[in-house]
Design a binder for this molecule. Structure first.
Ligand SMILES: C[S@@+](CC[C@H](N)C(=O)[O-])C[C@H]1O[C@@H](n2cnc3c(N)ncnc32)[C@H](O)[C@@H]1O
Length: 243
């Protein structure tokens, strides 16, 4: 991934992806979020340079989510892009809680770019995830503050950082300051090798704010070798204490 000042222009790719998905029979995807997520990844594989959270990493994260007790009910994601990971988180929540998933189980994903938001809203509908997955346009920190003020997010079981890396640490600390983590909550951060998020990584590897802080982490780096030479390391940090 790149940073805000060197952001590549994905607008043509987004239009091509829309065409790729919506030119296929809708029955391929209806009520099948993983089929939509897989189609996004297939498209990305043909195009290259699509900054999605790929399946090899997702399978590691899935195992951690499935092991959570109690089962995860609220997931945050910073950085929707074309929605590959958000579709997958929604699918995992639905698998964990069953097809008849009802209120109180939510995945909120935050995205700056209105074109991505518009595409993803259509993908959510196609996948039948409207009751679980919600995309909010704008800086993730502002969207989260609003959701918290409205009483819609009162705790977080997993947060996924996959936006611009300079925001990983401030957004993690925002979640701490809002008091949203509990013991067992997970913070997953992608691309910690390239372009890298050194301040974030040091913070979680050190266990958090230390003696002055209220949240403590145990943190592990995971490496996937699915695409040699490409960013392959991500970080999973587990909340082990909340004072
Ligand atoms: C690496 S992509 C996300 C990939 C996505 N998670 C997936 O697997 O398909 C990063 C996205 O984060 C968005 N972004 C960057 N900074 C942001 C912020 N502060 N709040 C919300 N979105 C942000 C960018 O516009 C970009 O679309």
């Amino acid at each position: 991934m790149t940073n805000a000042t060197h952001k590549p222009d994905f607008s043509e790719r987004v239009d091509q992806l829309r065409e790729y998905i919506f030119s296929q029979p809708s029955s391929t995807f209806e009520n099948n979020p993983l089929a939509v997520a897989n189609a996004v990844e297939s498209f990305a594989n043909t195009k290259g340079q699509m900054m999605i959270f790929r399946d090899a990493k997702l399978q590691v994260a899935r195992t951690q989510l499935e092991a959570q007790t109690p089962a995860p009910r609220t997931i945050l994601e910073f950085g929707t892009f074309v929605g590959k990971s958000a579709l997958a988180w929604g699918a995992i929540l639905r698998e964990i809680h069953g097809e008849k998933i009802s209120g109180g189980i939510n995945m909120y994903t935050f995205e700056l770019d209105p074109q991505m938001v518009a595409l993803f809203r259509d993908l959510i509908k196609l996948a039948g995830l409207e009751n679980v997955v919600h995309v909010l346009e704008g800086p993730g920190s502002e969207s989260l503050k609003k959701l918290h003020a409205e009483g819609k997010v009162t705790s977080v079981d997993m947060t996924f950082f996959d936006h611009w890396e300079e925001f990983y640490l401030p957004d993690l600390q925002l979640i701490e300051d809002l008091g949203l983590f509990q013991v067992g909550s997970l913070a997953i951060a992608d691309n910690t090798d390239f372009p890298g998020a050194p301040q974030y990584l040091k913070y979680v590897k050190d266990g958090g704010r230390g003696t002055t802080g209220s949240v403590k982490y145990e943190s592990t780096s995971f490496e996937t070798a699915s695409r040699p030479g490409r960013p392959s390391i991500f970080e999973i940090s587990k909340v082990v204490a909340v004072k």
